[in-house]
Design a protein around this ligand. Sequence first.
Ligand SMILES: *Cc1c(COP(=O)(O)O)cnc(C)c1O
Length: 346
Amino acid sequence: MKPFAFPGIIEDDILGIASQQIPYMRTSWFSGLMKENECMLLEAIGCRGGRVMFFTSSGTAAMEAVVQNYVAALGKAFIIDGGTFGHRWVELCGYHGIGHESMQIPFAEDIDYGLLEERMVQYKPAVLLCQHHETSSGQLFDLKRLSDICQRTGARLAVDVISSFLAERLDMDELGIDVAVTSTQKGLNLPPGAALVFLSENALKVDFLHNNYYLDFQENLRNLERGQTPFSPATTIFMQVHERMRRNMETGIDRIVAATHAKSLYFRELCVRYGWEIPACNPANAVTGFFVHRNSDILCNELQKHGIFIMPSGKPHFFRVSHMGCDTREDLDELAATISEIENRP
Ligand SMILES: *Cc1c(COP(=O)(O)O)cnc(C)c1O
């Protein structure tokens, strides 16, 4: 099977970690593994003096935890509503009764940074909530510019880096990012089921609220001191995180990011060759979103008959291919040729 959908193709030996007997987790062995996970993850994202909380959940729960523990403690939020995932911040703040304003960004376009700054000067939010990569369209936002605007307007910056962590160059300290969230099924190229919240040294000073028993920051941070989580963790996924990060640190994060970038460029050349249009004005490394011209109603089902998965969307004729897996250029050639063959069926 060849999934070009998240999490992408995973190496057999990393998959194999989850097919073994499961060791008990209230042990010094597991605490040690989690402490090493935390060290490697903090180094990979450039978050010196910060902490990583581990949740057994998908990424959205980590976003919700940020809203309930952190945003609610600080005041109102301004939100970049750049697509499905940006809109999720809007819904979460609405659901939890947190004051917010948002700015809608047209599909696959970049932010009007000047207008954003004007609106933030007027609204005076405590926090800016945004995505680094709006995965629904494949558009990457400019975190440096967002960070500068936050600096000038006195807002904290909390970023959903779920589909940019390990796919883009990303240094939390350099960018003044206060909080970042990610999950295992994107850049980490692992099974879905665990999410991570990175808290910078600055964010750790916030007096967090207690609105969510399971996802309480203070309780999770307290347990983290001994390398544990308050409740049963997805043990095998965190063992896979350990092996993935051990390999990533050995290879070097810059090289991982460069390889994903090169792969995305290779697939985009194939898109040009087959005449598929890429709408994102600043396409991210993690996915390529593209429009096909014909047979989009049958495309995913027909690909599945070849054991191939790509990601459909709410937009007619628009599909996304993930570049996070360990697929080769030959796999991409085969993928593009198969899409084209289906597209050109009578
Ligand atoms: C995948 C993703 C999420 C979280 O989705 P879950 O299904 O809850 O893991 C959030 N934001 C972005 C940008 C994503 O790509």
